[in-house]
Design a protein around this ligand. Sequence first.
Ligand SMILES: [Zn+2]
Length: 45
Amino acid sequence: MPPDCEHKTTQMIARRDGIDYVECLDCREIFEAEDLEPVTVEDED
Ligand SMILES: [Zn+2]
């Protein structure tokens, strides 16, 4: 598995409970699509 894969080439493979699952066509890793987004969301009222 490429250690520096940036997962730029992905395809959606499934959706479950409102979560999109994508597969990286480069390293074949499967993960949640949300994991690709920068984690900057904070819940603040
Ligand atoms: Zn990848």
